[in-house]
Design a protein around this ligand. Structure first.
Ligand code: SF4
Ligand code: SF4
Length: 383
């Protein structure tokens, strides 16, 4: 076994990340049983945790980059081991040493783009608000009720711009006093942090926090569960606290309060996929389903592996930027589950899930059998 980083350094970083909790592992292997990787290839997080405890990690190994931080194993671990934190701390060491196996190498470009342009997609900052062209979306000003923060993928990705546009259309229809930060918006930094790049995360978070404070932001509406998670649970590390609401929850409230009227039928069989960072990491399972159930004509059906057991799409933990070969993609399995239960539409509420599911419809050639939609795209059709 070759170890690139010295034994002591690994132990130190592990300790800083809550290392005493890693030592609680008694090697039951439950984490490996529930890990989605074991549906596609042999993979042992138990082994990684064990080796890390002794400072014996092979930091050049691709395995330390596999965890999607889906949150399934920590919720099942009988000893409360901080499994995700353990994996991320090993990536921090690899990042510090610049050790990136081939499938992980895109992270270097991503990191450069985040620092230079505030997004991971090598897009120009100046074009960040182009998604809103023709929609009369206002710049955010102090005193507005809500800041809408679409995030990077909805700002730039051609498929996901449709979701940002659907969201703005719905908010306008509901009479919400909202605005956007446009070019002043930065990536939230959640995913780069999970790749172990704490410096870039801090840079992005501090810039965003300063912008929020300078512009008098109090309530932030987000489309991505990753933005939701980091604003709500990680930005408070910087001694700030904003009210953060995810669109799937907000939609339910708007419908429930009668501010959004659903006037048209949506006569399709729909199944809902719980994004890891909305469901397991933040406990939001019911509101998106309740919003969908209010749509006239819509038949909601459940897949296996839903709610707390939701099958990860494969995009968390920075995996959205890494290469995952065909045959190892969880999103293929999820799409097959959706088709098997008879769904005509696979609906979710996360840009990474949509990106991965859209890719899978192409590679599996099932685009005629099933559509992939964000919850806002369905609501837009029925108002
Ligand atoms: S489930 Fe927890 S205790 Fe069991 S092997 Fe995994 S980390 Fe160790
Ligand atoms: S968090 Fe998810 S992907 Fe990571 S090791 Fe645990 S079950 Fe596997």
């Amino acid at each position: 076994m070759e170890t690139v980083a010295p034994y002591k350094e690994i132990i130190d970083v592990i300790k800083e990340s809550g290392g005493d909790a890693f030592k609680l592992c008694y090697r039951c292997g439950l984490c490996d049983t529930v890990c989605p990787w074991n549906r596609v290839i042999p993979f042992s997080m138990r082994k990684i945790v064990r080796q890390a405890t002794f400072g014996l990690t092979e930091i050049e190994s691709e395995d330390i980059w596999r965890c999607t931080t889906c949150g399934n194993c920590p919720q099942k671990c009988p000893r409360g081991v901080k499994i995700i934190e353990c994996g991320v701390s090993l990536r921090r060491i690899a990042t510090e040493y610049g050790v990136f196996p081939t499938p992980v190498k895109p992270i270097r470009t991503i990191s450069g783009s985040l620092v230079g342009e505030g997004n991971p997609l090598s897009e120009e900052r100046a074009k960040r608000a182009n998604w809103a062209e023709g929609l009369s979306v206002k710049p955010f000003t102090e005193g507005m009720d809500v800041l809408y923060f679409p995030g990077c993928y909805l700002s730039y990705d051609p498929r996901l711009k449709k979701v940002a546009r659907a969201t703005a259309t719905i908010l306008t229809r509901a009479g919400i006093d909202f605005g956007i930060l446009g070019t002043k918006e930065n990536c939230c930094g959640e995913s780069i942090r999970k790749t172990g790049d704490e410096d870039v995360f801090k840079l992005l978070a501090k810039e965003n926090i300063k912008t929020f404070i300078d512009n008098g932001v109090q309530k932030i509406l987000v489309s991505s569960p990753h933005c939701f998670h980091t604003f709500k649970n990680e930005y408070p590390e910087f001694m700030v606290n904003f009210e953060v609401v995810h669109i799937s929850h907000y939609l339910f409230e708007l419908i429930d309060e009668g501010r959004l009227e659903l006037t048209k039928e949506y006569g399709k069989k729909v199944t809902y996929h719980d994004p890891c960072y909305l469901g397991r990491h933040n406990g939001i399972y019911d509101k998106p389903r309740e919003a969908l159930k209010k749509i006239p004509g819509l038949e909601l059906i459940e897949m296996p592996d839903s709610r707390e057991d939701s099958l990860c799409c494969g995009g968390g933990g920075g995996r959205i930027w890494m290469e995952t070969p065909k045959g190892e993609r969880f999103s293929d399995l999820r799409l097959e589950q959706a088709i098997d239960v008879g769904a005509e539409v696979l609906v979710t509420s996360c840009p990474y899930c949509i990106t991965n599911f859209e890719d899978s419809t192409l590679t599996l050639e099932v685009g005629e059998n099933i559509e992939v939609k964000d919850i806002t795209e369905i609501i837009q059709e029925v108002i």
